[in-house]
Write a protein that binds this ligand. Structure first.
Ligand SMILES: Nc1nc2c(ncn2[C@@H]2O[C@H](COP(=O)(O)OP(=O)(O)OP(=O)(O)O)[C@@H](O)[C@H]2O)c(=O)[nH]1
Ligand SMILES: [Mg+2]
Length: 366
């Protein structure tokens, strides 16, 4: 039986199974089976069917933002307006057939924008180019899910489901679960908070599906069995997303009020350039970047061209490496002004973690 057929069967069985105490172990088992089958489907076969031209784009800039959405929702129009890069706009569907990269400069940071083709549905089941689109989405630091406000919101659900099926978790944090396989000793499950969604037996059922019989599991938040499976599968990617609701020029103020209630959504009109300020501001805060100004000795800091770092890699060492690889070799210490220090300036070592808009002066060894 094909993998797709097996997935279908398991999904059907899950749909008919009522969730209660007696069935929860079995449901957990089915979920684990499903996760394994999906992984099988997404690992490119030796034939390399996933290849295809035009989808691999070199990374430039400190962050990459991918536009994902159905055809004709206005992705290319938005791309052209934001970056000045021309991406074909058409009144017909599937105007964009490959990935078009562009650059947007914001707050001194160079950000790469990728306009992706409007093919999505069925991607998680390995269908055609949708799979390539989502494979590129996996490499992004932020995803703009572009939706047409005139189309039903079911589109949003379909896109989310496709991304989920591809191991992408949108606007979520990795679950706080410590999991460690052992040689022997059986399975130990401990939890530091009460678990309301599943119990230790369900975890054991899932682990047995993975043929794991010895492991320590420490659960530190009230998560779901799906999140536990994510930890076992291990290849999940956690990416922030913004729902860009385009074409608000064609709806009423009352309708606009309603769509403003969707979390993480920014209504815009690509064509008219409406509400781009909010879109860019939301983009910036979701990217969580840190700007560091350099200060040469005896001179004023350079406020025009910050060194832009990612929040999870913004030590003085990261800062030095970003300017030039050779700097660290002669690094003695650094003087820092700003939020990351108590005194202004403060002398710090290369492990010091910087904060947004800090000013840094490097002191070299003589
Ligand atoms: N009314 C209105 N129409 C828009 C807006 N933005 C884009 N459009 C129109 O929507 C159509 C599709 O725009 P594109 O930018 O080509 O859409 P796309 O998402 O790139 O489409 P594909 O490349 O086919 O996936 C064009 O006719 C645009 O003029 C908008 O803000 N308001
Ligand atoms: Mg397009």
């Amino acid at each position: 039986m094909s993998v797709l057929k097996r997935i279908e069967e398991i999904e059907a069985e899950m749909a008919r199974t009522q969730k209660n105490k007696a069935t929860s172990n079995h449901l957990g088992l089915l979920k684990a089976k499903l996760a394994k089958l999906r992984r099988e489907l997404l690992t490119p076969s030796s034939g390399g069917g996933g290849g295809g031209v035009g989808f691999d784009v070199a990374k430039t800039g400190v962050a990459r933002i991918g536009f994902v959405g159905f055809p004709s929702v206005g992705k290319s129009t938005l791309m052209s307006k934001l970056t000045g890069t021309h991406s074909e706009v058409g009144a017909y569907e599937f105007t964009t057939l490959t990935t078009v990269p562009g650059i947007v400069q914001y707050k001194g940071a160079k950000l790469q924008i990728l306009d992706l083709p409007g093919i999505i549905e069925g991607a998680k089941d390995g269908k055609g180019r949708g799979r390539q689109v989502i494979a590129v989405a996996r490499t992004c630091s932020l995803i703009f899910i572009v939706l047409d406000v005139l189309k039903p919101l079911t589109d949003k659900g379909i896109i989310e489901k496709e991304m989920e099926g591809f191991g992408i978790r949108l606007n979520k944090k990795p679950p706080n679960i410590a999991f460690k396989k052992k040689e022997k000793g059986g399975i130990t499950v401990t939890n530091t908070v009460p678990l309301t969604n599943f119990d230790a037996d369900e975890i054991k059922a899932v682990l047995s599906e993975y043929r794991i019989h010895n492991a320590d599991v420490n659960i530190k938040e009230d998560c779901t069995i799906d999140e536990f499976i994510d930890v076992i599968e291990g290849n999940r990617i956690y990416i922030p997303a913004v729902y860009v609701l385009n074409k608000i020029d064609s709806i009423s103020i009352q309708e606009l009020d309603l769509i403003y209630k969707i979390p993480n959504a920014v209504p815009i009109s690509s064509q008219h350039g409406w509400n781009f300020d909010e879109l860019l501001e939301t983009m910036w805060s979701k990217l969580d970047l840190v700007r560091i100004y350099t200060k040469p000795k005896g001179k004023l800091p350079d406020y025009d061209q910050p060194v832009v770092l990612k929040r999870d890699a913004c030590t003085v060492e990261d800062f030095c490496n970003c300017i030039h690889k050779a700097i660290l070799a002669n690094f003695k210490s650094a003087l820092v002004w700003g939020n990351s220090v108590k005194h202004n300036p403060q002398k710090v070592g290369k492990e010091h973690v910087l904060d947004d808009e800090d000013v840094v002066q490097i002191i070299k060894r003589i």
